[in-house]
Design a protein around this ligand. Structure first.
Ligand SMILES: Cc1cc2nc3c(=O)[nH]c(=O)nc-3n(C[C@H](O)[C@H](O)[C@H](O)COP(=O)(O)OP(=O)(O)OC[C@H]3O[C@@H](n4cnc5c(N)ncnc54)[C@H](O)[C@@H]3O)c2cc1C
Length: 353
């Protein structure tokens, strides 16, 4: 079966056409409604890569990428809320700790939606969230700078560092509770609709049974680094959506260049050793951003002054493109992207002959 014919890809396309795309400008201004989350939960997409034994679909990465492109291109805020869920699912699928049996089923079947609070681990040796052993569990203190989906997701996978230099990931309910207080949702240049908050942790206590992963930072970091090297599917989804606003004379050549970068990005993503060819991955990632900028700029230009209306699709896509520039950014990827911009390398790819 081709990826395009996979039932979840078909379902994602239907969700995008019937619900997400028609309401995207409204959602951008008003916020992702609970009814969108319910529709995503019902669609089966939350279990796309989850194990079949737990009610998921166990689909290959190419299906996850294609569904992500479709959802992001239709409504980036809804895509972003639901994309957090796949990391907890993958963490539980690899865990041998008791929380797996409690949560992997409900998460795989889309009964519960999970958020994540772990990107701050990448600031190591700076430690924004510290974890200490306390009684029969763990105490969390510090600040999570970014947590998306507040008020929309049911549970969160929260990470911090122990004094012994281990990363520790544990699940808790995604709501204010003793030791955990969320800020008001942040007003941002894009994706305000995804309800991102910061979290103040002041003695949040979670029991040992809540722990999904505990590992030395040095053992965890290489796998995490590999996740930040590749161009993400949302970049291609938004770029495609922008191209759909153009006439064929303009869109045609851009579409061929986009397809070329996409093919190379996904070939690298499918390479069996995710840590290898890091420089090439980062260079292709920068090229993908350049195509995204070109496509969204063309959509704004084509729309003229009306592009500036908050009801215009072009400006929304351009702002969402800005957000994707920093999503998942690390010191390494930022440096590579700036180098590519400074030396004009991000736009070096020639159109295929
Ligand atoms: C709207 C929005 C929503 C987000 N939602 C989530 C979410 O739900 N869950 C989540 O986990 N993340 C979330 N993020 C974080 C996101 O995935 C990226 O990790 C983030 O954009 C990069 O972080 P930054 O720009 O704040 O970090 P910066 O502070 O710019 O750091 C970038 C990199 O620099 C390095 N660095 C920074 N500070 C130090 C230091 N003191 N010492 C050493 N190295 C350092 C690290 O490598 C770090 O990764 C969100 C981000 C945004 C903008």
């Amino acid at each position: 079966m081709t990826t395009t014919a996979h039932p979840l890809v078909v379902r994602a396309r239907r969700l995008a056409t019937e619900l997400l795309a028609p309401q995207a400008e409204w959602v951008d201004q008003e916020g992702v409604p609970g009814s969108h989350i319910e529709a995503v939960k019902r669609s089966g997409l939350l279990g796309v890569v989850a194990p079949v034994a737990y009610g998921g679909s166990g689909a290959p990465p190419a299906v996850l990428r294609e569904t992500a492109e479709i959802l992001a291109g239709a409504c980036c805020a809804t895509w972003f809320v639901q994309t957090q869920h796949h990391t907890p699912v993958q963490t539980l699928a690899q865990s041998e700790l008791p929380v797996r049996e409690r949560l992997l089923g409900p998460l795989s079947r889309g009964e519960l939606l999970s958020g994540v609070a772990y990107a701050h681990l990448r600031a190591y040796p700076h430690v924004p969230v510290r974890v200490h052993r306390e009684a029969d569990g763990w105490r969390f203190d510090g600040t999570v700078p970014w947590y998306t989906g507040w008020g929309l997701n049911d549970v969160m996978m929260l990470a911090g560092m122990t004094a012994a230099g281990e990363v520790l990931f544990a699940f808790t309910e995604a709501r204010d509770q003793p030791g955990l207080r969320a800020s008001t949702p942040l007003r941002l240049a894009a994706l305000t609709a995804a309800r991102t908050v910061s979290l103040d942790l002041d003695g949040l206590w979670l029991p040992e049974e809540a722990v999904a992963l505990r590992a030395p930072y040095a053992a965890w970091a290489p796998g995490d680094r590999a996740r930040t090297l590749n161009a993400g599917p949302a970049v291609f989804g938004i770029a495609e959506a922008a191209l759909s606003l153009l006439d064929e004379e303009t869109a045609g050549p851009l579409r061929s260049r986009l397809a070329d970068v996409r093919r190379r990005a996904y070939a690298l993503a499918d390479h069996p050793v995710p840590q290898e060819r890091a420089d090439e991955r980062l260079a292709v990632r920068a090229e993908a951003y350049e195509m995204l900028r070109t496509a969204t700029t063309a959509a704004v230009v084509a729309g003229g002054g009306r592009s500036m209306a908050l009801t215009s699709r072009a400006q929304r896509l351009a702002r969402e493109g800005l957000f994707l520039l920093v999503q998942g950014q690390t010191a390494e990827s930022r440096e590579a992207h700036l180098r590519a911009l400074a030396h004009g390398e991000a736009s070096r790819s020639a159109p295929p002959q």
